[in-house]
Design a protein around this ligand. Sequence first.
Ligand code: SF4
Length: 477
Amino acid sequence: MTTFFIQQFGCRATQADGAAIERQLLDRGCTTASEAALADILVLNTCTVTASADSQARDAIRKLHAANPAARFIVTGCYAQRAPEEIAALPGVSWVVGNSHKPQIPDLVDSFSSAATDESTTDFLPIAALRSHSAVPFRSFVGTQHAAPLLGNILTGNIFARTEFLTAPVLGGEGNHTRPTLKIQDGCDSRCSYCVIPFVRGKSRSLPPETVLQEIRSLSNSGFREIVLSGINLGTYGRDLSLRVEFESLLRRILGETSVERLRISSIEPLDVTQDLIDLFASTDLIAQHFHMPLQSASNRILAAMHRWYRAEHYARRVELIRERLPHAAIGADVITGFPGETEEDHATTINFIASLPFTYLHVFSFSKRPGTKAAALANEVPGHIIKRRARELRALAEKKAAAFRQSQIGRTLRVLTLRPDDAIESHSTPALSTNYLKVRLEESHSANLWFDVLISGESGTALVGEPVLSCSASLR
Ligand code: SF4
């Protein structure tokens, strides 16, 4: 029986792809190996969102190959899609499979045992065909010993048009086996000038509503209480389907047609946060009061250069609308610092904007030049030491905002879901997550995956502490 080992990098979408590959391989009768050294097949699922993600992937390739030089080694994911030849040239890599061809990985694994990888197979084409940016062959072959075959690679045309949307819930991560993530949308039709994602994931594609409902029913029936919906650009969910579906209608169907106890939305673009969507969040306890809206910059000049389609004032209005209806909701943002041409004045504008709004947390990223994007060709690069200093200032502000939000919750009663303790310090207490995305620590030990209403009495580090005021409920329904 073929054994496999998957190592993952990257965002929730990439994790979901890894879970889908694992599900497919298990369905084909393969089994998981507990460590890389014991596997027949190694799969590395890569990210390419920054230069450091690329470097981590190359490092992982070296380590995995050293751990098991005899294994067949498939490298897939966003980096594989963006720079297949770079990866193919690394020692130990047997195959490079782009995101566009990920669903064919099980066929590839089957072919290993049936010896179908014979170089004479007619659908193997030389790498020169790939470099010409012509039609992308389903299978391509590099005829040298040190370079690996490539499967679906070049960033041209509509290579993803026939890519099957496979999904599987991601069960690991924080609070393992407590809050699975389900990817329901992939790809993006926008072209932010710094972003490589549309090139490596293609146009927006959605999982049909019936499949979403089926996956959620199955997770709920297995005992999962909070399900996180994720996507690359979640607000565009359903726009590609032949029977167009609005994201908000999908949420209403999930609430009405499944027994999900809490649904959380991973990230949504600011202009997709409409009054109707906010009203829906405010009308039910079954959707977590949590909005994560990428901001990137509050300088309108930089937003224009980034090809973002809103301006700071539009974003601020969304935050105000949320606060009017949901005074205690979590409001988080991604911010990029050091975009080419960003001046001290632009940076100050972003700092002042963030300081003036009720953000509850921030994810701060330093600009990273991604080959092939418009921003990579821009002059006026911001020197590294300035980017670092600006990132430090933004992170310090983020900490202040997060602390102020935590303090505003002291004395309130929050509904929390207990998580699995993830370190020794937590073994005598219980970590939990509130609807408004705050870490809460219960002083006694409780099982994971239980609901408690907790009176918040104070803080400990970056977590709130509190006492349950209501015994755990079996279900919120
Ligand atoms: S919306 Fe912009 S940043 Fe987000 S995935 Fe699409 S292109 Fe990238």
